[in-house]
Ligand binder design. Structure first.
Ligand SMILES: Cc1cc2nc3c(=O)[nH]c(=O)nc-3n(C[C@H](O)[C@H](O)[C@H](O)COP(=O)(O)O)c2cc1C
Ligand code: SF4
Length: 436
């Protein structure tokens, strides 16, 4: 069992009036940024590299390395903070923005200074109405205090910070979809290269980082890269937020080092608190649905950046676990997942547009009791022929669409086959004609 963990990112959650500037400062807030502004931007980037802070938005790319991709002779740089958070069932960014907005703003100032950005956009998921007001109020307070705007903290550096609200599309979380959306267009991802570091918002060098990634920065500056690099396993360093939902006793957002297992996240008293009475785990999506599924026998998977691949998953993803209980029909899970991706594809790439729609159609007929055994192989075949990995799409949405489908079919095949074989006679033909 991993040791109990003193919260870092969530340390202000539960504190009265935690969103207020004076409360944040009374608990040590805005100390790190004062320290950072005495250093050079290069020194801060080096510190973030040494900490081995890997992006919390899904791909786990090292933040300092990404900042290092910015062209050296640039005149303008933009920072985008990705708060789109549309991955089901993820809500850790929401908690950070809702409960501790100044921690994020402090991280924004340091990251913007390190990358020499003069404009920072915080991109918010369309549905985040309450969080928008909380965050805007905190930004206003920071402006009044002289922490944002012209000559921040009385020095030579200036930074404007804007919130940009999305209209509610999963694909706007993909960094170039987000950039298009900030420019006022439909959030359709761009072909890469050029990558945002070279050509991002308004064709200017741009850094995109997740809310949680940016929220880690003040702690790296204040406590040091060595401290951060010493928390958790070697390649998965620093404090991390984990969400847990489904039929557990205490669904919520918890903080731990990344040596925690899925089982601990479900069972520990200070986390999920175990399954609800008479409920048993059948399956878990440990990293948001797009990373794929685990069976009840695979709960010893570590929630780090490496272990998920050993279980046939795409990655750690958003580290948001949803538990499916033993009474849930896996065909319904299959359909729900396929429906989500079928409706969220932006439609630019044929394989993604048609493939996600096709998978949804097939998953629907299986869920409706009209599936065929060969549908399972058609699903696998479709999944293998779309996505960035085989080089067939502009963005990673179809990869995230296929991992859950593929892992459900492979890991729950006998249950699916039994259900299909148990369908009443004649159901297949009649339902087939309905969907064709
Ligand atoms: C379809 C799709 C949706 C995504 N949604 C999000 C999101 O909601 N939030 C996020 O931070 N990253 C999301 N990403 C990943 C971003 O493209 C990008 O890698 C990330 O924001 C970079 O931040 P990080 O390096 O700090 O993790 C998504 C990627 C894809 C392909
Ligand atoms: S892969 Fe899908 S979501 Fe991504 S750009 Fe192509 S059609 Fe749009």
């Amino acid at each position: 069992m991993a040791d109990s963990f003193e919260p870092v990112l969530l340390r202000n959650v539960g504190v009265e009036n935690s969103t207020a500037l004076k409360v944040y400062e009374s608990r040590g807030g805005y100390r790190a940024v004062r320290q950072a502004l005495k250093q050079t931007p290069g020194e801060i980037t080096e510190e973030v590299k040494k900490a081995n802070l890997r992006g919390r938005g899904g791909a786990g790319f090292p933040a300092g390395v990404k900042w290092g991709f910015l062209p050296p002779n640039r005149t303008v740089t933009l920072l985008c903070v990705n708060g789109d958070e549309s991955e089901p069932p993820t809500f850790s960014n929401r908690v950070l923005m809702e409960k501790d907005p100044h921690q994020l703003i402090e991280g924004v100032i340091i990251a913007a200074y390190a990358t020499q950005a003069r404009i920072a956009y915080i991109y918010l998921r369309g549905e985040f109405h309450e969080q928008f007001h909380i965050l805007q109020k905190a930004i206003d307070e920071a402006y009044v205090a002289g922490y944002l705007g012209k000559r921040v903290f009385g020095g030579d550096y200036s930074l404007e910070c804007y919130i940009h609200r999305g209209a509610g599309a999963y694909v706007c979380g993909e960094e170039t979809g987000l950039i298009e959306s900030i420019e006022g267009k439909r959030g359709c991802p761009r072909i890469k290269p050029p990558f945002p570091a070279v050509e991002g918002v308004f064709h200017r060098p741009t850094v995109v980082n997740n809310v949680e990634t940016i929220s880690c920065i003040p702690h790296i500056i204040e406590r040091g890269a060595e401290w951060f690099a010493g928390v958790g396993p070697q390649h998965s360093t620093g404090p991390k937020l984990f969400c847990i939902s489904g039929p557990v006793n205490k669904p919520g957002c918890y903080e731990a080092a990344m040596d925690i297992t899925v089982r601990e996240l479900i069972e520990r008293e200070d986390m999920g608190g175990g399954m609800q009475p008479a409920r048993k785990v059948k399956a878990v999506f440990p990293g948001g649905v797009s990373m794929g599924v685990l069976t009840a026998d695979e709960l010893d998977m570590k929630m780090d950046f490496d272990d998920p691949q050993h279980y046939g998953l795409l990655g750690l993803g958003t580290a948001a676990a949803v538990v499916i209980d033993q009474d849930t029909d896996i065909r319904i899970v299959l359909r729900n997942v396929a429906r989500f991706f079928g409706t969220e594809s932006c439609g630019q790439c044929t394989q993604c547009r048609e493939g996600t729609a096709w998978m949804y159609k097939i998953a629907s007929r299986i869920a409706d009791g009209a599936g065929r055994i060969e549908d399972l192989d058609i699903l696998l075949d479709t999944a293998r022929n779309m996505g960035m990995m085989p080089g067939l799409s502009i963005c990673g949405l179809p990869d995230g669409a296929t991992y859950p489908i593929e892992t459900i079919v492979k890991k729950f095949r006998s249950e699916l086959e039994d259900a299909i074989r148990a369908q009443p006679d004649g159901r297949v033909e009649s339902a087939m004609s309905a969907v064709n």
